[in-house]
Design a protein around this ligand. Structure first.
Ligand code: ADP
Ligand code: MG
Length: 243
């Protein structure tokens, strides 16, 4: 549970701030005492203060602490967003609006995308789908992160939806580097990744494949090296439990 460490780091930072204020008070009274007996009695101290740039240090510490606390507040906010996004009704079949699901997923990954690509939405206004929304959001998230990671810069990610018979589809198209034909039939394999360690686990598409299977749907991929890729998820509007 990440809220615990965030909580104690936050509380420690608060205490540290108070301790620093007290320490500075102690130093101030030393300085006052020194001034009373005539400055410069202690050249080593003066030398040391110069060496560590004491004046700047005193000024900078409070703003460092303030920045750290602001940063922690943001971490807290992000954790809460992620919880809202992923934990709701873990494995419940519900009627859900997939376009709204895509929108909230786009918000969650906004930071991953915003420096690399603009997002274009072409929604058809599809009907609600009987699905496990948090899991479908995971699928959307994997597609969006993959799209962003395929783009170096100045790209476009287009999200679309549509309906055909008793199935709907939602797709993510990117203007990224594309997938080579010899990789195309391996991308759904667990642990298949072309990304450096730390960037890719190779699990996103294999998990997505499993989730979509459970929904009796399918994922279609089109890709051209140097041009981009499109991942389209098809789902039946009504869930029919498998025997
Ligand atoms: N939109 C995309 N553009 C280019 N390559 C992609 C895209 N999506 C998936 N891939 C390829 O499929 C591989 C497997 O994807 P994934 O299962 O999500 O794992 P990971 O993203 O951790 O590598 C990626 O490493 C990449 O080579
Ligand atoms: Mg991935």
């Amino acid at each position: 549970e990440i809220n615990n460490p965030v909580g104690f780091v936050n509380s420690n930072l608060g205490t540290l701030g108070k301790y620093m204020t007290n320490l500075f008070e102690v130093i101030k009274s030393y300085e006052a005492a020194e001034a009373r007996v005539g400055g410069g009695v202690c050249p080593e101290v003066a030398e040391m203060k110069k060496k560590v740039d004491f004046g700047y240090l005193v000024e900078d510490i409070p703003s460092l602490l303030k920045e750290s606390q602001d940063g922690l507040a943001r971490v807290k906010r992000i954790v809460q967003d992620l919880k809202d996004f992923s934990h709701v009704d873990e494995s419940n079949w519900q009627h859900a609006n997939l376009e709204q699901g895509m929108d909230s997923t786009l918000n969650v990954v906004a930071n991953e995308i915003k420096y690399k690509a603009k997002v274009v939405k072409e929604y058809a206004g599809i009907p609600d789908v009987e699905c496990m929304p948090s899991q479908i959001n995971q699928v959307f998230m994997n597609m969006l992160v993959n799209a962003a990671q395929a783009i170096e810069k100045d790209g476009t990610i287009t999200v679309r939806s549509g309906i055909s018979g008793d199935e709907v589809w939602v797709e993510v198209e990117d203007t990224g580097k594309g997938i080579s034909p010899e990789h195309l039939n391996r991308i759904f394999d667990p642990f298949f990744t072309t990304k450096p360690v730390g960037k890719g686990t190779g699990l996103g598409l294999s998990l997505s494949y499993g989730i979509v299977q459970k929904h009796n749907g399918r994922i279609e991929v089109k890709s051209e090296v140097g041009k981009g890729s499109t991942f389209r998820v098809w789902l039946p509007v009504k869930h029919v439990a498998k025997e």
